[in-house]
Design a protein around this ligand. Structure first.
Ligand SMILES: C[S@@+](CC[C@H](N)C(=O)[O-])C[C@H]1O[C@@H](n2cnc3c(N)ncnc32)[C@H](O)[C@@H]1O
Length: 207
């Protein structure tokens, strides 16, 4: 979907008027905490939108944070919200499929962006990009609607996954180290079932 579509979402809706809003991204934070990363590590939030994950990571003194989103409007809103603190954050406006990172990351986090890819070629490109963009020994946390989740997100068709399907999809370069299910409550109290998977990039040279 185009950047215009997403820019229009962020121009016309406030933070709490979108179904995916979280006051605190508690599950992502817990999964990140479990990884016991150093504060020097590099973290990218893919399709971060207006998520407050970046605020929390800054509060925890992480020093190398990138937020990527197809919508520059969402990133502008993050910049305004973070005020001075935004100087330490790399805000990248790009379709993830066309993203050419200038560094490798210790952690790639994606809540509810990957599931907008419905074309198998785009899905494969994303998996390849994530594999190339994460350091060996580094991590990916992916969260999507589960099989019992909604058929659409923000009015768009999405791909729904089970834990096993995500594990299979990323299995060439990653081993699964954690997974869980979560029911997200939207600001208008409807329920959305999510899956979360944490993966670690395998060092192929040791095999
Ligand atoms: C459902 S929202 C989730 C936002 C955020 N991750 C959160 O949890 O609050 C999906 C986000 O993915 C972004 N997005 C959708 N398709 C994308 C793409 N192909 N590349 C980069 N970002 C994309 C949208 O602009 C939007 O901010």
């Amino acid at each position: 979907m185009s950047s215009e579509y997403w820019n229009n979402v962020y121009k016309t809706k406030s933070e709490k008027e979108v179904s995916w809003f979280q006051e605190t991204p508690a599950t992502s934070l817990k999964l990140i905490e479990d990884l016991k990363l150093s504060q020097e590590c590099s973290i990218i939030d893919i399709g971060g939108g207006e998520s407050r994950l970046v605020d929390e990571l800054l509060d925890q003194h992480y020093k190398d944070i990138t937020v990527l989103d197809i919508s520059e409007v969402s990133l502008e809103k993050v910049k305004l919200r973070l005020k001075n603190k935004s100087k330490g954050v790399k805000l990248v406006s790009s379709d993830v499929i066309k993203f050419t990172p200038s560094q490798q990351f210790d952690l790639w986090h994606d809540r509810a962006a990957f599931h907008f890819l419905t074309d198998i070629n785009d899905i494969r490109k994303y998996v390849q990009l994530a594999s190339a963009s994460v350091k060996t020994g580094g991590f990916i946390i992916i969260s999507t609607f589960s099989k019992t989740g909604p058929d659409k997100c923000s009015g768009l068709p999405i791909s729904k996954y089970s834990h096993d399907e995500l594990i299979e999809l990323f299995s060439t370069h990653f081993k699964n180290i954690n997974y869980l299910s979560e029911t997200h409550e939207t600001p208008w109290s409807s329920k959305q079932d999510f899956v979360y998977c944490t993966f670690q990039k395998i060092d192929h040279t040791i095999f």
